[in-house]
Design a protein around this ligand. Structure first.
Ligand code: PA5
Length: 418
């Protein structure tokens, strides 16, 4: 199970953390009891609601069918509609049976043309995922893809189109009229909270990800976080620590790790916390550190720049590959690596980084056993739950995004949408 470690030089941290945890017990209790105010956004809270065995089986069967027929599967979606699936697929996809292509997340014609090129000569299936089928980016890409598919497959094109939208939405109507396969985007789950619904699970399953294992990780994490002793709850501790550091003047949280498999997970996490907490002139700014690489870019600022940020590291305990930089006959000055594997060298780099950074800023470490589907399920639920609690402690509504709507109004005006 996931473990939270704190590396902080502050000798009073333990007392300060106890204090903020005591202060917010009522908030945490109301989250556990189920808050009527947010009931319409809490469909994700109980994993079983939208990722029960029956639903998972249905999605697996559809995925098997697509995997038999498709060379390429296009995920048409933006933000919460594709980030969860992408973070797992980019980290864990281990076969090239079906290539996953992403559209609906850009309006750049160059990028869209590049994506279309990947479809040439291939058997293509698509999933248009849009909770509110007004979002411009997926809507525009969906048009392009419908034309591509109908040019290629004529009246058979509809058999290759899946759309994931809310019940009663214009997208569902389109499915009924055109004969596309319709999957439900739960009304009571916001995009950034939708990893464990058809939104995240179908694309993952098409990519060959074991979604049953992922869901079981989430379910176990749900059980762990929603039962037991409050003060020892790592999600509650993490939510309180975030708020404590925010109050102390840290304005940025950097999620970092030495495992590039997390590259797309950072994006999911950034959206989750940015959109849930960045409102009413409040909220930590979420950022990411893809180490070692970015130690050579941002390491200087982290160590010596303005004291704005604290770090949360993701650390994987179990070795994921065996490789060693074996010595040859060349005197290259790297003999201190002889007899060592990359796994331990990478770990040494991680420990050295924490040692150096903790002198300047607080470092939190979230340890997981191994990086597989189960762990992603655990991590999704851990952060969804922590984010909800953290936003409530901060005093903002975790589930709306009024700021995103503001830019959309101007854009629709510019494009003449009535
Ligand atoms: O989390 C959210 O609600 C948003 O980020 C949405 O996922 C994003 O804006 C895409 O919305 P939609 O699925 O309605 O196209």
């Amino acid at each position: 199970m996931l473990n939270l470690r704190i590396e902080d030089k502050n000798p009073h941290l333990k007392d300060e953390l106890n204090e903020i945890m005591e202060e917010n017990k009522a908030v945490f209790r109301s989250v556990l009891d189920g808050e009527s105010e947010y009931v319409d956004s809490l469909g994700w809270f109980s994993v079983d609601k939208w990722a029960n065995p029956k639903e998972v089986k249905k999605l697996q069967e559809l995925a098997v069918h697509i995997r038999e027929k498709a060379d390429v599967f296009v995920i048409v979606g933006v933000g919460g509609s594709n980030n969860a699936a992408r973070s797992v697929i980019e980290a864990l996809q281990s076969d090239d049976k079906v290539k996953i292509v992403y559209m609906g997340n850009t309006l750049s014609p160059w990028e869209l043309q590049k994506a279309l090129k990947e479809l040439e000569g291939k058997s293509v299936y698509i999933d248009c995922i849009a909770k509110n089928f007004e979002t411009l980016e997926p809507g525009a890409s969906f048009r392009v893809l419908r034309k591509f598919l109908s040019d290629k497959y004529q009246e058979k094109a509809n058999e290759r189109i899946i759309a994931t939208g809310t019940k009663g939405s214009p997208l569902e109507k389109l499915c009924q009229e055109q004969g596309y396969t319709f999957l439900e985007f739960p009304e009571d789950v916001g995009g950034r909270f939708s990893a464990m619904t058809a939104v995240g699970l179908l694309p993952m399953a098409v990519a060959g990800i074991d979604i049953e294992k992922l869901v079981s990780g989430a379910l176990d994490m749900q059980k762990y976080l929603t039962s037991g002793e409050m003060m020892g709850n790592p999600a509650y501790q993490y939510a309180c620590l975030r708020n404590l550091y925010y109050k102390k003047g840290y304005k940025i949280e950097m999620l970092a790790s030495f495992e590039p498999q997390f590259r797309w997970f950072y994006k999911w996490w950034i959206q989750l916390f940015g959109e849930s907490e960045g409102k009413d002139n409040k909220g930590l700014f979420p950022s990411s550190g893809d180490f070692c690489e970015e130690l050579h870019a941002m390491g200087q600022y982290i160590q010596d720049g303005a004291p704005l940020l604290f770090e949360t590291f993701l650390d994987v305990r179990e070795k994921n590959a065996s490789l060693a930089p074996v010595a040859d006959m060349v005197a290259d000055g790297f003999d201190y690596l002889n007899g060592k594997e990359f796994w331990e060298i990478n770990k040494a780099s991680f420990h050295a980084t924490v040692k150096a950074h903790r002198e300047k800023l607080p470092c939190l470490i979230l340890e997981i056993e191994r990086l597989d589907e189960y762990a992603f399920g655990e991590l999704f639920y851990f952060f969804l739950f922590s984010c909800y609690v953290s936003a409530r402690i901060l005093g903002v509504n975790p589930f709306d995004q009024p700021g995103v709507e503001a830019y959309k109004r101007w854009m629709f005006e510019a494009l003449g949408k009535g």
